[in-house]
Design a binder for this molecule. Structure first.
Ligand code: MRU
Length: 390
């Protein structure tokens, strides 16, 4: 490499590292926001406790899980939800499960933990964070087994394995908390003063162990006095926007209003919304993004109104194994969530129902993806790879 290109590359790296340093310095400041929302998951052996989000905002109640089966059920039944939180919950589920196993040998342990990992991974298909967390813990377990399998299997060595896995699960959680704070710092820098923003579903603290992804950006920007108004779309059928995001905005004192999903176009046009921010459950290598059903139509609206459409998601959301969004598995949930609101039936008995829980927004509609490694803009395979490796 000749002198000038090399100088340019080094300068670019220097700018990236300086920018990252500044965002990380904002971390402590952003963490204060965590206190406003009740803890989403608590690892308290003999249980993991999950804040029951189905009862929010009316009731603060924790559901206990003491193994992988109960954790998987909590994930499937939406006791907890949101991609990053699902990953952290699954990590805790894998760890607590290990605590109560009674393996008789290394081989037997391997069989039992593989079963636990499979149970957890079957709970929901779309969020990559779930697979990332379970595979990471299972690999740690396998490495431990390989390192120790020449020694006799006993209680002492098993206790050491439990500690190793619990530490790793806590590390995953800590990484989630830190990454949400850094993404919020990066994202809030992109928003202009007096921003009028719109977000969909719940990508707030309740979807993570930290301060949230898209809503984390909005709350961080609000702390800097940059948010004039925020709109939360209700998010039929499960109403994460109405029940959770609207509640978070109230708690964080963000000036805001709740809208029904079908009001979005009108509100964007008449209220001059100037940015849309959403989270993500899985992002393919080309930037196509799966997120809560309704996200794709908002991205089309953003394009029509010439406003930026930002996706805020941590690195464990990016699936390099999938070339495009066509390969992302979209969860189909049961018809009950569409036909009922809580216990009230709202459609005739016998009606046919479709319930895709996510949709895929093409990369071409996304202005930028914000990760803990910085801002990916324009969204293309090269920039995504560069962000992952930086
Ligand atoms: O079905 P859910 O509630 O788990 O879906 C959640 C979403 O789609 C969120 O927008 C997504 O997980 C982003 S996470 C911060």
């Amino acid at each position: 490499m000749t002198f000038f290109p090399a100088l340019f590359v080094n300068l670019k790296l220097l700018v990236i590292y300086f920018y990252r340093f500044c965002c990380t310095a904002e971390l402590l400041n952003c963490r204060a926001i965590l206190t406003m929302i009740p803890k989403r998951a608590l690892y308290k052996p003999p249980f993991v406790k999950f804040l029951d989000q189905r009862l929010l905002p009316d009731k603060i109640f924790y559901v206990k899980a003491k193994n992988a089966v109960q954790t998987a059920k909590a994930i499937k039944d939406m006791v907890l939800r949101g991609a990053p939180l699902i990953g952290c919950a699954a990590a805790f589920g894998y760890a607590i499960d290990l605590r109560f196993k009674k393996p008789s040998s290394w081989n037997n342990l391997l069989k039992q933990t593989k079963k636990a990992a499979d149970i957890l991974k079957k709970s929901r298909p779309t969020a990559l964070a779930l697979f990332y967390a379970v595979d990471r813990l299972h690999k740690k377990n396998l490495n431990f087994i390989n390192e120790h399998k020449n020694k006799p299997f006993d209680k002492k060595i098993y206790a050491k394995l439990i500690k190793t896995i619990e530490d790793e699960a806590k590390k995953i959680t800590k990484e989630d908390i830190d990454s949400t704070a850094v993404m919020s710092a990066y994202g809030s820098k992109l928003l202009k003063k007096n921003s009028i923003v719109l977000t969909h579903c719940n990508a707030g603290a309740l979807a993570t162990m930290g301060m949230g992804t898209a809503v984390g950006v909005i709350t961080a920007a609000h702390k800097k006095g940059k948010i004039k108004y925020a709109y939360a779309s209700e998010t039929r059928p499960y109403l994460q926007g109405a029940r959770l995001t609207a509640w978070e905005f109230l708690k964080e004192k963000v000036p805001s209003a709740l809208i029904c999903d079908n009001m979005a176009a009108h509100i964007i046009k008449t209220r001059k919304v100037n940015a849309i921010l959403v989270g993500a459950d899985r992002i393919a290598a080309n930037g196509d993004t799966a997120n809560k059903i309704g996200t794709y139509s908002l991205a089309i609206l953003a394009k029509h109104h010439k406003i930026p459409f930002y996706v805020v998601a941590p690195i464990p959301t990016i699936d390099l194994k999938l070339k495009t969004g066509k390969e992302i598995e979209i969860e189909e949930r049961g018809e009950k969530e569409v036909v009922f609101i809580k216990t009230q039936r709202i459609a005739p008995k016998g009606v046919k129902v479709r319930h895709p829980a996510f949709d895929v927004t093409p990369a071409s509609l996304i202005t930028a993806i914000i990760t803990e490694n910085g801002v990916i803009k324009p969204v293309n395979p090269k920039n995504i790879l560069e962000n992952l490796n930086s």
